[in-house]
Ligand binder design. Structure first.
Ligand code: TSJ
Length: 654
């Protein structure tokens, strides 16, 4: 008979083994995201130490054996014995779940809420983990391993294989953690230097004055990449805004900086306007991006609207008969970064990236109002405020014109939708959850696609010319463009504030353009349009880029296709002597059955899902691709415009 569970068993169940049993519960996934989550967990602890004023430098190093090291020059994790636990501070941190290394919550005022699962989880999911601590004149070291135990037939998670040993002396202080993620847990244990660099740069922007260094000591690291990157921004969010606006045309040189604290909530805000027609607000709470916004953003926006309207009235920009300007008018062309630090954060929203705490709304409204009132009262700032208010008044006028244009478009779409949809070859099936819309460059490729498709679920929309560049246009002009009107009416969702994803008629929207500069331009134009006016299409993962093959290799009756040069070499090797190679210059060169086989048939095709995890980076990329500064775009397109590099295009965030 099984023996009854007692308290000891329960304790074992709550040990680190539990983490290995259900890694997803602690880190979300065992894919690349989860792997990097381990790193962020460790980095967050070092950031906390620095944010509390005890460390000034954090160094992350990718080691050649696949492990990763994080070092700070803080006080060093306490090494003395915790009386209740009968363990050293170090052992508590790495072997006790939920202890989280927070000995003293007063010292650790702010800790990341999304992460914060604790260093013990990292230990449990690593092959091995080593910690080195310099403090009190000494160097201490301890090693943990996840080893197979043949007595229990199980892997003991993160067990200490040495004690906390004194291995030397040092006048310095600090903590260093090195660990190797466990390949028995993760799908792949290769860290992405790009993902890490992007996040460390962001953390450096959000934590002014902290020097964050990234070293790549892997022998096979990408040639041409620096092996050492240093991120240090003494201006913090001000530098962040400057970086986002780097390739935009700013309309005033000085960046507005608002900073304050209320009810234990602190906020830093940087604002600068550009000649763009869209708003780019990036908000964070405890260094975590809040892509869906939330209460802190709402509070900030109310403050802007109220203070600037009051000012506009007081100084007669608005006459008595004029209506107040709307919030959106003041946000046209605004780039802003908002960084909030507070306790007990709560997330809401579809992707849990929306701040829910109501106290953040009132705090941000108060802080932003007080600071902005102070800013507008300085006579040296008169010219900036004047620019902003005049821009908002212009925006309000355009808004009114747009409303009228929109009404006309609505009527047009409902009354005479036939000519628009005329170009569209719809599919016969009505199941929006499987239907696909191919937006195809050119009439001839469009014709092949119409003939080659599976008409039950694939619809084709050929694009004749280039649609206009939405980045440089206002909504009324976008709505006036025939190519865009056709797309809007085909998708069924409406646009901008009318957008409703529930009405989307297709699960996948696949952009099919040639592998040349013109094609790259069309892709960029369409992505920009979706990004600015139908963002959810992208964030919900409905937008794809189709990849037509670049080469056809044939011999007798065998035909193979290759999507890049490496594949071409492989296929040639496979097919042997006597082959011919055709290089496709455009989609138009393929006949309908070839196009189906290589590019449209879900069984064979390759398509790339467009994602924008990193909003600031995506915004920057769209600006570079579609803005009116030519040099950065030329540089970018020269580097990335071909299909072989399109994965980079995706990595960049669009
Ligand atoms: F926990 C960990 F492994 F994730 C980790 C912790 C990783 C890294 C890279 C750094 C750290 C860390 C922890 N750096 N600094 C600290 N500081 C403390 O743990 C500490 C030191 C002193 C005192 C004190 O009250 O004297 C309190 C704390 C929490």
């Amino acid at each position: 008979m099984d023996k009854a569970y007692d308290a000891n068993d329960i304790k074992i169940l709550k040990g680190l083994e539990a983490v290995r049993m259900r890694p997803g519960m602690y880190i979300g996934t065992t894919g690349s995201r989860g792997l990097h989550h381990l790193l962020w967990e460790i980095v967050d602890n070092a950031i906390d130490e620095a944010a509390n004023g005890f460390a000034s430098k954090i160094e992350v190093t990718l080691m050649d054996d696949g492990s990763i090291m994080v070092e700070d020059n803080g006080r060093g994790i306490p090494v003395d014995i915790n009386e209740t636990m009968k363990l050293s501070g170090v052992e508590v941190v790495f072997t006790q779940l939920h202890a989280g290394g927070k000995f003293n919550n007063e010292n650790y005022s702010y800790s990341g809420g999304l992460h914060g699962v604790g260093a013990a989880v990292v230990n449990a999911l690593s092959r091995w983990l080593e910690v080195e601590i310099k403090r009190d004149g000494k160097i201490y070291k301890q090693r943990f391993e996840s080893l197979y135990d043949k007595n229990t037939n199980k892997i003991a998670a993160g067990a200490s294989v040495t004690g906390l040993e004194e291995i030397g002396e040092s006048k310095e202080t600090g903590t260093s953690i090195r660990f190797l993620p466990d390949d028995r847990i993760f799908d792949d244990i290769k860290f992405s230097i790009d993902t890490i660099a992007k996040r460390l740069k962001e953390l450096a922007f959000l934590n002014r004055g902290i020097k964050i260094i990234l070293n790549d000591l892997r022998k096979d690291h990408d040639q041409g990449q620096d092996t050492r990157k240093v991120f240090l921004y003494s201006g913090g969010v001000i530098d962040f805004v400057e970086y986002i606006n780097e390739d935009k045309n700013t309309i005033h040189p000085e960046i507005i900086f608002l900073e304050g604290e209320k009810d234990d909530i602190s906020a830093q805000i940087a604002i600068q306007y550009t000649d763009s027609y869209t708003e780019s607000i990036f908000s964070y709470v405890n260094n975590i991006p809040t892509s869906e916004g939330g209460t802190h953003e709402t509070g900030f926006k109310s403050a802007i609207t109220k203070v600037l309207n009051d000012y506009a009235r007081k100084f007669n920009y608005l006459k008595e008969k004029d209506k107040n300007l709307r919030g959106e008018d003041f946000r046209e062309g605004m780039t802003a970064v908002i960084s909030v630090k507070m306790r007990d954060i709560q997330f809401e929203g579809q992707t849990k990236t929306k701040l829910g705490n109501s106290e953040a709304r009132t705090a941000l409204e108060t802080i932003a109002t007080d600071q902005l009132v102070y800013f507008v009262e300085q006579t040296t700032n008169d010219h900036v405020i004047k620019l902003i208010i005049e821009k908002a008044i212009k925006a309000a006028k355009v808004r009114e014109a747009t409303r009228k244009a929109r009404e006309i478009t609505r009527k047009k779409n409902s009354l005479e939708s036939a000519p628009l949809v005329g170009k569209l070859a719809s599919c016969t099936g009505r199941n929006a959850s499987i239907n696909e819309l191919f937006i195809v460059e050119g009439d001839s490729a469009g014709g092949s696609a119409k003939q080659g498709r599976d008409r039950r679920f694939q619809a084709i929309l050929p694009l004749r010319g280039k649609p206009l560049n939405a980045e440089k246009k206002r909504l009324d002009q976008v709505l006036g463009n025939e190519e865009f009107r056709t797309i809007i009416s085909a998708l069924g969702t409406g646009i901008d504030e009318d957008f409703n994803i529930k009405n989307l008629k297709y699960d996948k929207i696949i952009i099919l353009a040639d592998a040349d500069q013109d094609g790259a331009h069309i892709r960029a134009i369409l992505l920009t349009f979706f990004f600015r006016y139908m963002k959810e299409l992208i964030t919900e993962g409905h937008v794809y880029i189709g990849l037509p093959p670049l080469y056809k290799i044939s011999k007798g009756k065998t035909t193979e296709y290759a999507y890049n040069e490496e594949e071409l070499r492989e296929k040639i090797k496979k097919i042997g002597r006597g082959y011919t190679v055709q290089r496709y210059k455009g989609l138009g060169e393929m006949n309908p059955s070839q196009l189906w086989e290589t590019t449209m048939n879900p069984k064979n095709r390759s398509i790339i899902q467009v994602n924008i995890e990193d909003g600031a980076q995506a915004d920057k990329l769209v600006t570079v691709l579609m803005g009116d500064k030519v040099d950065p775009r030329r540089e970018y397109i020269n580097t990335y415009a071909n299909f072989n590099k399109i994965d980079v295009f995706q990595d960049m965030g669009v």
